[in-house]
Design a protein around this ligand. Structure first.
Ligand SMILES: Cc1ncc(COP(=O)(O)O)c(C=O)c1O
Length: 416
């Protein structure tokens, strides 16, 4: 098996870490599973699975409402996750951590509360040309509702944002700049701090879609000075159905509620309802309690590994994988930004990505093929789809070798 060359990998005991992930211990079509679809969803360590099982086996009760022991325990565990997430993102207060279903719901919450309350005809929202659909469509819906206009920062051939074009788009009509921190289709790490500063200088707010950043690098919302920041638990090695919207407390305070129902109210009469304090004003109904508790275990897990160490290891793996893939004749990597996360999108001459994905699956290798919910990115490169290998800290150089061998197999099958 190949190993990585530098000291980083030596200090990161990936073989031991892999033992924490039950799903990785299996064979697919008789071959060891090589899971390279982490941008879609990441696998869950035993600690996360155990936390969820413990909730259902020992502590199961609804939260915030009961005086009985089980309700107290489940409330404490759920709220403890809020504190863990606050520390993880370096937010100022638990009031700023709103639990949602995921990044998608976090963005929709902002468009339908802040957006509907604040946007006027003629106002402008800026997004980038490499957004995931979930950071495009909610803004499109809002713009239609408000008579506002969506403006797009173009990208260059490498997949870097054209910041000089961004500067030109910014103006007195700009109300919000909503940008992906890391592109799921290309791996580009956007210069978020700079983008936020430029938006603020123009008097606009910012929302950062952190779905692909939070699992792979340290994120500090105060240092970024982001007004809103959203991410999904399931991409952070936690459960599906839970995610986080960070929002600056003064903004959240001024926003109307998102959904009405239990838990988000202080008093209700038929004449008038008053709303609960932050963040509960935005958390109507029984939430995904087990998911919240599982997310807390996931945050603990990656914190123990160290986000700095995760980022350094994955960067090394990315360099190794990029070098290996570039050597394959006819393979072309899409997305070569200067700052990149460990996402490798590529096309192979004359071979459809779905065929690549199918042959790789027979080798036990899970990659994603398609437009990756980023159709405008595909249009930008004039391609219908790519094959995408997206890495996580439990992937190894040996798995990259298996991918390369699998791709030579693809060539054997499809090249005349
Ligand atoms: C950059 C980006 N934003 C948003 C999302 C949406 O995340 P979710 O489906 O968990 O809401 C994804 C999912 O792939 C993503 O990659």
């Amino acid at each position: 098996m190949s190993t990585l060359s530098s000291g980083v990998s030596a200090r990161f005991d990936v073989e031991r870490i892999r033992q924490d992930f039950p799903v990785l211990q299996q064979t697919i079509h008789g071959k060891p599973l090589v899971y390279l679809d982490n941008a879609a969803t990441a696998q869950k360590p035993r600690a996360v699975i155990d936390a969820i099982v413990k909730f259902y086996e020992v502590d199961c009760a609804n939260i915030h409402r009961g005086v009985h022991e089980l309700s107290q325990r489940s409330t404490a565990a759920y709220e403890e996750t809020r504190s863990k997430v606050r520390r993880f993102l370096n937010a100022r207060s638990n009031h700023e951590i709103v639990f949602v279903r995921g990044t998608t719901e976090g963005i929709n919450l902002v468009t339908q509360t802040w957006g509907r309350a604040n946007l006027k005809p003629g106002d402008e929202i800026i997004i980038a040309g490499l957004e995931h659909h979930s950071n495009i469509v909610p803004w499109q819906i809002l713009c239609e509702q408000a008579g506002a206009r969506l403006r797009i920062i173009p990208i260059d051939d490498r997949g870097d944002l054209l910041l000089e074009e961004y500067e030109k788009l910014l103006g007195p009509r700009t109300r919000m700049v909503a940008i992906g921190h890391v592109s799921n289709a290309l791996g580009t790490i956007n210069p978020v701090r700079r983008i936020v500063r430029m938006a603020h200088d123009a008097g606009a707010l910012t929302l950062i879609d952190g779905a692909q950043a939070v699992p792979h690098m340290p994120v500090d919302v105060c240092a970024l000075d982001a007004d809103f920041y959203a991410f999904s638990g399931h991409k952070l090695f936690g459960p599906t159905g839970i995610g986080v919207l960070y929002g600056r407390a003064d903004l959240l305070e001024a926003m109307p509620p998102y959904q009405g129902g239990g838990d988000m109210i202080r008093t209700v009469t038929f004449e008038k309802t008053t709303y609960n304090d932050l963040p509960y004003k935005f958390e109507a109904g029984t939430p995904d309690i087990a998911g919240g508790i599982g997310l807390g275990a996931a945050v603990d897990y990656v914190t123990r590994l160290g986000m700095d160490k995760i980022a350094a290891y994955e960067h090394e793996l990315l360099l190794y994988a990029t070098d290996a893939l570039e050597r394959i004749p006819g393979l072309h990597i899409i997305g070569t930004a200067r700052e990149k996360a460990a996402v490798l999108s590529f096309v192979m001459q004359g071979i459809h990505p779905h065929d690549i994905g199918t042959v790789l699956d027979h080798q036990g290798i899970a990659v994603r093929t398609g437009h990756h919910c980023a159709q405008p990115v595909m249009d930008r490169y004039h391609i219908p789809a790519t094959t995408r290998a997206s890495l996580a800290f439990y992937n190894t150089a040996g798995e990259i070798d298996a991918l390369v061998a699998g791709l030579y197999k693809v060539k054997e099958v499809f090249d005349e």
